[in-house]
Ligand binder design. Structure first.
Ligand SMILES: *Cc1c(COP(=O)(O)O)cnc(C)c1O
Length: 378
């Protein structure tokens, strides 16, 4: 049995008719940029998060870039963020000429450690960019408190966490602005790239709206230099169909995560991911720590089981960021995570039998009988 890391074809089969109809409607209208479907999606996502405004963008990366840009962040400014995330968390900061300051992660959740955030605030700190990694929110209250006492805005990179909650509050709604990605592998994924910023601050939303269309409030009259980063109508049409299923799909992921917790909780060599009790984790990824991680990964892939390392290199050690002077030992927890983590298939269509197979293959690896998987593979 082949078990992919993610099976979007299985998902598509369940919604094919509705997707085709929604896309066809956009083709009939021939309105491909922004338009009524994008406006409707913006309203729905804002309501889903319990905030007043949302602005569609061309990607999650652009959502982060535009949110920071709208705050006026630039050269000479510092932005505190996590060293353990997808690359565009940090590239959004450096692209604006600002300096990322890395606060190491909490080893239980892989999310930024609030105590280290507070300790990293200095006179040049202009924002705190928090990431809700793998679908679990960071510990927001101490971060929001530290930020509020100094008047520093908090931006949430919630690209992996749409629908996640922290003490009842939606991911993306707790800081000044939240950023989502609709990259196909996210819990709410489009048919290509897409993203969105949500905020309760109307003037910030207006500013982002202008910046995503070349900085022009009136067409061809440019008050400032913006970019072209709009959401396509086709993406919005697809996402509106999928948004109706989002909670059901995330529940499926949560059920599968709970099943893995049971299957792997006592397994040798494996540490299952911690979900803090006050959080609703939506498991965009189910990520274990594994002894001899690289060998386990090779073993699972050899047995036809999809798995992936998110992320093998912490951000402070990325080659293109060497100008920041980051070195090994700066963020030991992020570095350890980078060498130990492995994501397993957790998508909602995954069956209990498939999960048994994954857990069995892991068990055989640590029992020193990995060969039985290769031999038994069909
Ligand atoms: C996916 C992701 C992004 C970027 O989103 P894109 O839509 O691919 O540009 C940013 N941050 C995190 C944490 C992500 O997972």
């Amino acid at each position: 049995m082949k078990i992919p890391l993610l099976d979007l074809a299985a998902q598509y089969r369940t919604i094919k008719g509705e997707i085709r109809e929604a896309v066809e409607e956009v083709f009939e209208s021939q309105r491909f940029i922004l338009g009524p479907r994008v406006a409707e999606l913006e309203e729905r996502i804002a309501a889903y998060c319990g905030v007043s405004r949302a602005v569609g963008t061309a990607s999650g990366s652009d959502a982060i870039l535009l949110a920071l840009s709208a705050l006026g962040i630039g050269p000479g400014d510092e932005v505190i963020t996590t060293p353990y995330s997808f690359f565009s968390t940090v590239s959004s900061v450096t692209r604006l000429g600002a300096r990322p300051v890395f606060a190491d992660i909490d080893p239980r959740t892989f999310n930024i450690d609030p105590a280290r955030v507070a300790g990293s605030i200095g006179p040049r700190t202009k924002a705190i960019l928090v990431v809700h990694l793998y679908g679990q929110t960071a510990e927001m209250d101490p971060i929001l408190d530290a930020a509020a006492s100094r008047g520093i805005p908090v931006i949430e990179d919630a690209c992996q966490a749409i629908g996640a909650r922290c003490r009842g509050r939606a991911a993306g709604s707790m800081g000044l602005a939240g950023c989502f990605s609709f990259f196909p592998s996210k819990n709410l994924g489009g048919a290509g790239d897409g993203g969105m910023v949500v905020t309760g601050d109307d003037s910030l939303a207006d500013r982002i709206r202008v910046l995503r269309e070349h900085g022009a409030r009136r067409r061809y009259y440019h008050d400032e230099v913006g970019i072209n980063s709009r959401l396509d109508a086709i993406q919005a049409a697809v996402l509106l169909v999928k948004l109706r299923r989002l909670d059901e799909w995330s529940e499926g992921r949560r059920r599968n995560a709970a099943r893995y917790d049971e299957l792997l909780g006592a397994a040798e060599g494996v540490v299952t991911p911690a979900a803090l009790p006050h959080n609703r984790h939506i498991y965009n990824q189910y990520v274990i720590r594994a002894a001899r991680r690289d060998d386990l990964k090779e073993h699972l892939q050899g047995a036809g089981i999809g798995c992936e390392v998110y992320y093998p290199v912490p951000l402070h050690l990325q080659a293109c960021l060497s100008f920041l002077g980051g070195k090994e030992g700066d963020c030991p927890e992020a570095e350890r995570a980078a060498s130990e983590t492995l994501a397993l298939p957790v998508y909602p269509e995954l069956t209990a039998a498939m999960q048994d197979e994954v857990a069995g293959a892991i068990g055989r690896f640590y029992a020193g009988r990995p060969g039985t998987d290769r031999a038994g593979k069909d």
